[in-house]
Design a protein around this ligand. Structure first.
Ligand SMILES: *[C@@H]1O[C@H](CO)[C@@H](O)[C@H](O)[C@H]1NC(C)=O
Ligand SMILES: *[C@@H]1O[C@H](CO)[C@@H](O)[C@H](O)[C@H]1NC(C)=O
Ligand SMILES: *[C@@H]1O[C@H](CO)[C@@H](O)[C@H](O)[C@H]1NC(C)=O
Ligand SMILES: *[C@@H]1O[C@H](CO)[C@@H](O)[C@H](O)[C@H]1NC(C)=O
Ligand SMILES: *[C@@H]1O[C@H](CO)[C@@H](O)[C@H](O)[C@H]1NC(C)=O
Length: 739
């Protein structure tokens, strides 16, 4: 149907012609008067009669167009069903019921609409801060759109309201849109964009009359600050590996893409991971690598250049350019190659002497084992490696040392205060001995040191020693003697470079100041007791040994006690007693003479041939002591003018050619510490009758058994007394003083 068409509900109430029928015959129509249905839905119109059994029904549109529905008559009822409702159902429908001659007619207006879906919000692109964005709110399949009203709200504030009042060209479902452009700001993040569509058909009740769609505003940030970190370096060696990590900021988080720039200008995508690890790099892997951070709103790239360098041909010798080894140890020299597929090795000494070692080559490594290392190995060794046309040589020098043991300290003898002693400090099997220094410390101070520079260039193990003589004193006891040996082999690393030994000093003191104390006296009466106490100083404290000197000079040991006690002494105990103070360092000796005395008795004074002699005769006056040795005998002639001491010989006094005046009283006094005995006789001299001398000199020998009669009796007594006063007595000394 051409021409414009406007639907006006309500205003176009059809005037129904009502036929006059009998009262009993009635008709109703449902729904009453008018109804609105959505396109696509199902709607039924029912015509019901009462008072006729059964009536006949007919349906028509007012303008006589097709019904576009199905009629179903059931007794008193007739139903017109439109399934689905379409534009063709927008009519006024008339139901006619005929009961015999009676005819009833009722009309109903069917209106249609379409509002099937919520509005759709479309953005012209991702929301980016500061970039204008166009929001389209689209309401699909609307009818009649002139009743449509669309509101777009952002954060509850209206952005735009629109109605679509333009005339409808034809009946159709239209999709209507509202378009708004705005610039997103930070405040917009997370806020809601609401599109609300209303179909303003107030005359009818239907649901929904209003539909809305909400969209949360998501504001994006384009990738920026893209950073690449490279580990270990952008410069690599052939075969090496590198790890590159890329990061980029943005929202949502940018995805990272790694690619490599090709020579033709294209790029080759490598990975979609932030971390890119490249292994076994080749020269041709050098180039520019690009990292790109990409998200919905943009991308940001960064470049890095990797340079892969050719692997150099390197020869390395270990343990270093120099190795120091102890003679007898095992040394392994290793020559290793990098950057060569199949190297060939050769070893030699610098002076082309035999290697004196074992070579073992395996792959990129060759070893020379010197075991045990000896003087023959003290060289510079050269390892030559050939790789194709390239040739490299590395040198290692083998230096030796020997310093296997700590020094040994020896003393020439016992340490005795005041006696020189020689300390020797010996360092065995040293090499190189010209680098050896031996120092001897007493306590903190160095008392001697020695070097052996004269041994230069001697290739042998040497045993070196330092000798030092000193005189120890008792103060040295407790000090430590340290022998420090140092092998000064410069900058070379080995252990130990010094060794030391220590010795604690214990200085002995030889026994001295040996003294004997005799209590009560060295001259004793037979039967009494005597204590002889001996003491001696020294370190360690001397041991005391008492002995008795036998007549042949030998010593008979008696006691190791310091005090020697003799009880009830007999004359036989007389003699020389020797005390010895003894320790490791020596002997000190002292003697004492013990004299056991007996009181003089049995003294006999005789005159020979008789006490009565003639003038001119030879007479011998003799005094003999019986039992007692060491008895002082004094022979005197008594006179009124004074006694005369006679020079007797062995107690005998010989008067040759006796004179008258020789007559008189002769007295013999025998005396010792213990007692005194006197004897006297009177010599009678008669006048000479003849001169005949019948005395035979041989008869003059008289004995005083075991007696000791000395002419200078007075002197002897003096010395004896003096000696007694000192508590000891030396005959030898007494004799010496006498001379
Ligand atoms: C139709 O209407 C009549 C009278 O009102 C009634 O007697 C009859 O039972 C109805 N028939 C049906 C099928 O409802
Ligand atoms: C006729 O219509 C009425 C009301 O809509 C209904 O109750 C009744 O069952 C219908 N009768 C038949 C025979 O369809
Ligand atoms: C990225 O790394 C993950 C594990 O870290 C791995 O599973 C994935 O395959 C990698 N993707 C690419 C493209 O290499
Ligand atoms: C000897 O020594 C002992 C013990 O000290 C003592 O009892 C005794 O009297 C001493 N003898 C003499 C004669 O001094
Ligand atoms: C040494 O003295 C001890 C006690 O003082 C004594 O028992 C011992 O007999 C003495 N030894 C000698 C050999 O006199």
């Amino acid at each position: 149907m051409p021409g414009k068409m406007v639907v006006i509900f309500g205003a176009s109430n059809v005037l129904w012609m009502v036929f006059t029928v009998s009262q009993a015959f009635k008709m109703e129509i449902f729904p009453e008067h008018r109804v609105i249905a959505q396109i696509g839905d199902v709607i039924s119109l029912t015509c019901r009669t009462t008072g006729c059994e059964p009536p006949s029904f007919s349906w028509r549109t007012q303008i006589d167009s097709p019904l576009n529905g199905k009629v179903r008559n059931e007794g008193n009822n007739s139903t017109l069903t439109m399934d689905p409702v379409s534009f063709n159902n927008e009519h006024a429908y008339v139901c006619t019921a005929t009961c015999g001659s009676k005819k009833l007619e009722k009309g109903i207006q069917v209106e249609i609409y379409s509002f099937p879906k919520d509005p759709e919000i479309h953005l012209s692109g991702p929301l980016e801060l500061g970039k204008p964005v166009t929001v389209t709110c689209m309401v699909p399949d609307v009818y009649p759109f002139d009743r449509l009203e669309v509101n777009l709200m952002k954060d509850n504030k209206l952005l735009k309201n629109q109605e679509f009042l333009e005339p409808m060209e034809r009946k159709s479902l239209e999709t209507k849109s509202l378009v708004v452009t705005f610039i997103p700001t930070n405040e917009d993040i997370g806020k809601a964009l609401v599109c609300q569509a209303k179909l303003n058909i107030d005359e009818f009740d239907f649901e929904p009359k209003e539909r809305e769609t909400t969209k949360k505003l998501q504001v994006y940030i384009s990738p920026k600050n893209t950073v690449i970190s490279v580990s270990p370096s952008t410069k690599l060696q052939e075969g090496g590996s590198v790890t590159m990590t890329c990061s980029s900021e943005g929202f949502p988080a940018p995805q990272i893409f790694w690619s490599k720039k090709l020579d033709n200008g294209n790029v080759q995508l490598l990975s979609g991971n932030a971390t890119l690890t490249l292994i076994a790099m080749r020269i041709e892997d050098s180039g520019i690598y690009v990292c790109e951070g990409v998200n919905q709103v943009g991308k940001d790239g960064k470049e890095v250049e990797l340079i892969v360098q050719e692997k150099p041909f390197i020869v390395e010798i270990s343990p270093g350019p120099q190795v120091i080894a102890q003679i007898g140890d095992s040394v392994v020299l290793t020559c290793g190659v990098t950057g060569c597929e199949s190297p060939s090795f050769s070893w030699r000494t610098q002076i082309d002497s035999p290697l004196s070692g074992q070579v073992k080559t395996e792959g990129s490594k060759s070893t020379l084992t010197l075991s045990p290392v000896s003087f023959e190995n003290e060289h510079s060794y050269l390892c030559t490696v050939t790789c194709g046309r390239k040739k490299l040589e590395k040198r290692i020098s083998v230096d030796l040392y020997s310093f296997p043991r700590d020094p040994e300290i020896e003393m020439s003898g016992l340490l005795v205060s005041g006696n020189p002693v020689t300390v020797s400090c010996e360092v065995p099997n040293v090499y190189p001995s010209d680098r050896l220094e031996i120092e001897l410390f007493k306590g903190e101070s160095v008392i001697e040191s020695k070097t052996f520079l004269e041994d230069m260039d001697r290739k042998s193990l040497e045993t070196k020693s330092l000798d030092m003589t000193f005189i120890p004193t008792t103060e040295d006891t407790g000090k430590v003697l340290v022998c420090l040996a140092q092998l000064r082999v410069g900058e070379m690393e080995f252990e130990p470079k010094q060794r030391q030994s220590t010795r604690m000093l214990h200085v002995n003191v030889a026994p001295r100041d040996t003294t004997i104390l005799v209590s009560p006296s060295s001259i004793l009466e037979e039967g009494s007791s005597v204590n002889m106490t001996c003491s001696s100083n020294g370190l360690p404290a001397p041991k005391i040994l008492w002995s008795r000197q036998l007549s042949n000079g030998d010593l008979q040991p008696l006691s190791e006690n310091s005090t020697l006690t003799l009880t009830s002494t007999k004359m036989d105990d007389s003699g020389i007693y020797v005390c010895e103070g003894i320790n490791q360092a020596g002997i000190s000796r002292k003697e004492v003479e013990l004299i056991i005395q007996v009181a003089p008795k049995d003294i006999q004074l005789t005159a020979f041939p008789s006490e009565s002699v003639k003038e001119g005769d030879t007479v011998i006056i003799s005094c003999t002591c019986g039992n007692v040795p060491k008895t002082w005998i004094i022979l005197k002639k008594k006179a009124e003018t004074g006694d005369t001491v006679l020079k007797s010989r062995d107690g005998a006094y010989t008067i040759h050619k006796v004179q008258l005046e020789d007559a008189g009283v002769y007295e013999c006094e025998s005396k010792n510490e213990v007692g005194l005995q006197l004897r006297s006789l009177t010599l009678d001299v008669k006048g000479r009758e003849n001169n005949k001398d019948y005395f035979s000199p041989e008869l003059l020998v008289l004995y005083c058994a075991s007696s000791l009669i000395i002419p200078a009796i007075g002197m002897i007594i003096y010395f004896a007394r003096r000696a007694n006063m000192k508590g000891s007595y030396s005959l030898v000394e007494a004799q010496k003083s006498k001379v």
